[in-house]
Every structure is written in structure tokens, then in C-alpha cells.
Design a protein around this ligand. Structure first.
Ligand SMILES: [Zn+2]
Length: 126
């Protein structure tokens, strides 16, 4: 699956959800699964997960068997926009592209990484 970008409105919704979780959830992490259509990430799904200030884990057993799953998005309330060791273990289970969002959850406060933890320049498309 070749991904050429992420839809701007989806990116804004992700940042907003992550900010809300940060403000209302005692700084817990936000996690979502990303879906693509025709190579553009356009949708996210929430899955049940457990999270604390430093980690979040998805219920892999509830992952949809969905060929359009492109990756994941989650927040780092600490603001470190790089994958943790735990992230690098969970990335390959959920597709190839992974967003990490951090405060202040503005349009530039996120990074994309491939499953192996390499930065990926994901284009924002309309
Ligand atoms: Zn993380």
C-alpha cells in the first residue's frame, strides 16, 4: 500500500481529539487506528485501549481485519515527537505509517514515522 498523504480535516480532528484527551484525561495518551482510501489517510477509528501518562496499548484482539488500515496515531503528552521503545514494538502490528502528536496540538505539532521508526515526510492534502 502506497500512502501519498493525509487529509487536512482528518489531521485537524486527530489533533483536536488528542488535545481533548490531554485536557480531560489527566494527560493520558490518545490512540487511534488510521484508514486510507486511494492512498490518502482519511479516517480514524478508536479502539478500546488502556493508557497511562507514559504508555498506551491497543487491544490488538479487537483490531479490525481491514485491508485499508494504514497505521496509527497517538499522542505524547510530554511533547517528545519521537517513538518510544514500546512504540517501535507496537507499530509493525498496525500498518506502516504512524503519527505522534504532541502539545500544543497545533497543525505542526506532529511527526510521521514508518514502522521501523524512520521519520516519514507525510504530505497534508485537501
Ligand atoms: Zn508513544
Amino acid at each position: 500500500m502506497k500512502i501519498r498523504g493525509i487529509a487536512r480535516d482528518l489531521l485537524q480532528a486527530l489533533l483536536e481529539s488528542a488535545r481533548a484527551m490531554d485536557e480531560e484525561g489527566d494527560g493520558r495518551e490518545f490512540v487511534a487506528v488510521l484508514r486510507e482510501e486511494d492512498g490518502v489517510i482519511r479516517e480514524f477509528l478508536f479502539l478500546p485501549f488502556t493508557s497511562t501518562e507514559s504508555s498506551a496499548s491497543l487491544r490488538y484482539d479487537l483490531m479490525p481485519l481491514d485491508p485499508h488500515v494504514a497505521g496509527s496515531a497517538h499522542s505524547h503528552p510530554t511533547g517528545a515527537l519521537r517513538p518510544s521503545d514500546a512504540d517501535l514494538r507496537f507499530f509493525p502490528a498496525i500498518g506502516r505509517y504512524h503519527l505522534i502528536l504532541g502539545p500544543p496540538f497545533a497543525e505542526t505539532s506532529w511527526r510521521c514515522f514508518t514502522s521501523d521508526g524512520q521519520p516519514f515526510n507525510l504530505e497534508v492534502v485537501e
